[in-house]
Structures are given as C-alpha cells and as structure tokens.
Design a protein around this ligand. Structure first.
Ligand code: CA
Length: 506
C-alpha cells in the first residue's frame, strides 16, 4: 500500500514537473523598437516578431537599467541593478561574477534543462547552463567562431542562422522529459551591421524615411550632448561602418582609420557576392561625392539599410524557432520572449549607438507569448524593466525569487491587464566619456516625465514626454515646471533608497 502511494506520489510529481512551462528567450543586441512592426515601425516589417506579439503581448514601456551590452545582460540574468550585480560597464577588465545568483542557475537546480547559445558578452565563463556554445566577445557575422567548454570551432555561414541552427540542434537533442530554458542570443544587429549575403540588395531601390531629429543641433539641453562621438555625420568610418572599401578622396584621416574586419573573414566565393552587391553602388557614391546634408543623408541610408537587413535575418530565424515549436507540439506550453539588450539610435538626434537615457536607447523591446496565460493581442502600457525578467521567469516556473532580486514579476500583469505596474523606473549609465563620449548619468522616468541627472557635468535635464516625445527641450529651468522638477527629484531619491544606491561619485 505504502509502495503504491509512493509510486503515485512520484508519478504525480513527475507530471507536475512536466507541466512547468518551457522558456525560449530570444535576445538580440541593439535592436531598437523603432524597427519592429509590433511597435509601429515606419521603416520595416518583422512578421515573426509580430507573430509572437499577435499571439501574446507587447510591452510598450519596457526599459533597460543601464543602456550598454554587458551591463544589460547582467541585469537580465540577476534581476538586479548594476551596482548590485557588479557589472557596471563594458570598458576595462570587468568580468561578470558568475558565482552570484542568476535565474538560469536556479532553474537548473530546480529541474530545468538550460542552454545558452550565441552572444554572451560577459567575459567570464557562463554558469548555470547544462549546455553553452557562445560567440567569443562581440563575435563575427560571417563564418563565426563559437566556443564551448571543449574549445573554439569555426562555422561556415551567417551568425544569426548559425546561432539558430545550434539552438534547433540543442532542442532536438535535449532530455525531453525535462522542461527547458533556451537562451538564444544573437549578435545582430550590433555594429558593424554586416547583413547575410542573400539580403545585401534588399531595400536598394527604396528610400527609408528619415527620423525627424536627424539634423538635431542639441540646443536647449545639457551642453554635454554636443560633445558626443556617435553622430552619423562625423563618427562613422567609411570601410568599417559604411562598407566603402575603395579610397574615399574626401574622407578625413579619422574616417579612413578602421577597416572592415568582417570582409576579411569571408571565403573568396562569399567576397564575390559581397563585391557584386556593393562595388557599383560605392562607385556611384564616389562619383556623386555628396557634401553637407546630402552626405549625411547618404550615410543614414547606407547605415539603416544594413541595420534592417540584419533584422531581416533575425526575424526569419525567429520564424524557424517558432515553426519548430509548432511542429513539435511545444508552442502551447512554452513561453516565448523576444527582447534586445537595449535600444539604439536609428538616426534620431543625428546618432547611432546607445548609452543615453533618451527614449530610443532606454527602451527595450519586450514581446511575449504564453498561450492560456497571456491574452492574445495584449498591449501593455505599464512600465517594466530588464531586472523584472528573472523574477518573472522564476515565478512562471513555480520558483521563489531570492530576496536579493530587485525586479518584480510580471505575472500579476499577465493575469490582469489593468493591474497597476510600477510608478517609475531607475536608470544609471556608468561609463564616463569613453569611446562615444557619453557622460555618466542617472535618472528616473515615470509614465510622463523624465529627469536625467548628468551628475559629473551639467546637472539636471527634465523632459515632458507627452508634449515633447523627441526630448528636444530641457524644462528643468522653466518656472512652470518647478513643481514637477521637485516631484521627479523626490521619485529619484525614493528609488535610490529603494535600490540601495551608494553615494554618487563625480
Ligand atoms: Ca547591445
């Protein structure tokens, strides 16, 4: 009798365990919401990301805590802000401390099979995974190298497709009796925006609409903005960024400096296809030799088209993963998330890159599908942040998040779309005047206002996002906004206290 009870209990527990949802976390590098259909893109289409959104939810106010690659990933894994997870910047010798809590580690301990495939970017060896196969550092687009515990291996082909191939292989070979967590993390669409060869001619005959602030003059805001080194006008390299390998007679010494390392990795056959796509266009550009605003416009078109071509591969490969889930009857019990480590400037304020607390780089896409738990076609206005992912995934798996986690689970929002979210988010960028000359700053953003504190340079900037969505005018000295300024300072101070921030170091 006792034996029978034990057997029944064991079977019940196994059934329970089997019912826990799988998680497929698809993560890219630098994919801005302005280039996602589900977020209202005016410049491209992303049918497969939109498919996740249509069958699930889009979070329209989703933000990072520190808009730079490694630190955002550390926030995702730990559910904690940078000052608590220790990974503040991409610069210098910072390595992620893999001995601390991460959600994959805890899921693995609780019976999940876990895998990390693609871009890791945290310098230390991944911990908490049954299987990992990652790009070294930034990785390469063409014929990428991957590293596992066994060493380095070069794959022929295009990184986004290869990362998906490895992910599909892992899904196929996993232990099918266990629920799984797959982190499929792409290099794309990170600089230097090298598209798959089959997409090189896409968009060639169309003009991509320019953002309204392409020719921003940085007036009416902190003078710190004028010091940036991330403008489309002045800070691209012809070969490295713009794919012009020929001599450019009108290029400055700086613009000639960096060569296109991706090109060197290609086979002679691949180079032929690449040359056939770019050479004629580059010759035409050199002949026309545009100047002034026309040159900026040409650079914008060259940049954005390559960026969008990289997204096209991401989207196609998301389709392959979704198809696999469908064909293997996994879609119903698998949470699928699409996100990216931070946003990016697609010409807004005349920029590329990220780092600033302005909307384009502060926002992270967050699109999620969980049949039966999230109503199809939901669009959330509540504020979420990347520190929320860890507690959300843990709660979905029926695991308690440890006390140290600072984010909050989104499950109450899934249950009730009207549930109130957080009042405001805290942001802190720590690198100071490095490569792109962005100063360190912190800030707070609620549903309408944003207060940025350039604490090493010029003090506060206040924006009314309802009246000024492009953030063109600082209101911190406007007499009509002094009340709001005080309220936002209060919110900033409250969040600093809540998250246990140390004193600011100027
Ligand atoms: Ca990034």
């Amino acid at each position: 009798m006792l034996y029978k009870c034990i057997v029944i209990l064991f079977i019940s527990l196994t059934v329970l365990a089997d019912n826990r949802p799988n998680i497929v976390f698809i993560f890219t590098d630098d994919h801005a919401v302005q280039s996602i259909g589900a977020y209202g893109s005016k410049i491209n289409k992303t049918p497969n990301i939109d498919r996740i959104a249509d069958e699930g939810a889009v979070f329209l106010n989703s933000f990072c805590a520190n808009s730079i690659c490694g630190p955002s990933r550390a926030c995702v894994l730990t559910g904690k802000h940078s000052h608590k997870n220790g990974f503040y910047t991409n610069a210098g010798g910072t390595r992620f401390d893999g001995s601390q809590f991460t959600f994959p580690k805890v899921m693995r301990k609780n019976g999940y099979q876990t895998a990390m495939i693609g871009k890791w970017h945290l310098k230390s060896t991944p911990t908490g995974f049954d299987y990992w196969n990652i790009l070294p550092g930034q990785g390469s687009y063409y014929n990428p190298d991957f590293i596992t515990e066994k060493g380095k291996k070069r794959y022929q082909g295009y990184a986004t497709t290869v990362t998906t191939d490895i992910s599909l292989d892992w899904l196929e070979s996993r232990d099918k009796n266990k629920p799984f967590l797959l982190m499929c993390q792409h290099k794309a669409p990170h600089r230097t925006w090298a598209p798959d060869l089959k997409h090189l001619t896409k968009y060639e005959d169309v003009e991509i609409p320019e953002p309204a602030t392409l020719f921003d003059n940085y007036e009416n805001r902190s003078p710190t903005l004028t010091k940036n080194h991330m403008s489309i006008d002045k800070h691209f390299y012809y070969s490295y960024d713009l794919k012009v390998h020929q001599q450019v007679p009108f290029a400055s010494e700086r613009e000639k400096r960096l060569k296109d390392g991706e090109y060197r990795r290609m086979t002679p056959e691949q180079k032929k296809i690449w040359d056939a796509a770019y050479k004629k266009r580059n010759d035409a550009f050199l002949k026309a030799a545009p100047t002034g605003k026309d040159l900026v416009r040409w650079k914008y078109q060259r940049y954005i088209k390559n960026y969008l071509r990289c997204i096209d591969s991401v989207d196609e490969n998301i389709g392959r993963l979704l198809d696999y889930l469908d064909k293997n009857n996994l879609s119903q019990n698998t949470i699928v998330v699409y996100s990216s480590d931070q946003g990016f400037y697609l010409g807004e304020h005349g920029w590329y890159d990220k780092r600033w607390m302005f909307e384009e780089s502060l926002k992270m896409p967050f699109v999620i599908r969980w049949p039966g738990k999230i109503k199809a076609g939901s669009r959330y206005q509540q504020l979420i942040q990347n520190i929320d992912y860890a507690p959300t995934f843990l709660q979905a798996a029926g695991i308690m998040a440890p006390e140290e986690v600072q984010g909050q689970s989104m499950l109450p929002l899934f249950k009730d779309q009207q549930a109130s979210g957080r009042d405001a988010i805290y942001y802190h960028y720590y690198e100071h005047m490095t490569e792109h000359k962005v100063p360190r700053h912190e800030g707070v953003r609620d549903g309408r206002y944003k207060l940025i504190n350039f604490y090493s340079n010029d003090g506060y900037n206040l924006f009314d996002l309802k009246k000024d969505p492009n953030e063109m005018t600082d209101l911190s000295k406007n007499p009509e906004y002094q009340g709001i300024l005080e309220v936002m300072k209060g919110k900033l101070s409250k969040l600093r206290q809540k998250y246990d921030l140390p004193e600011l170091k100027k």
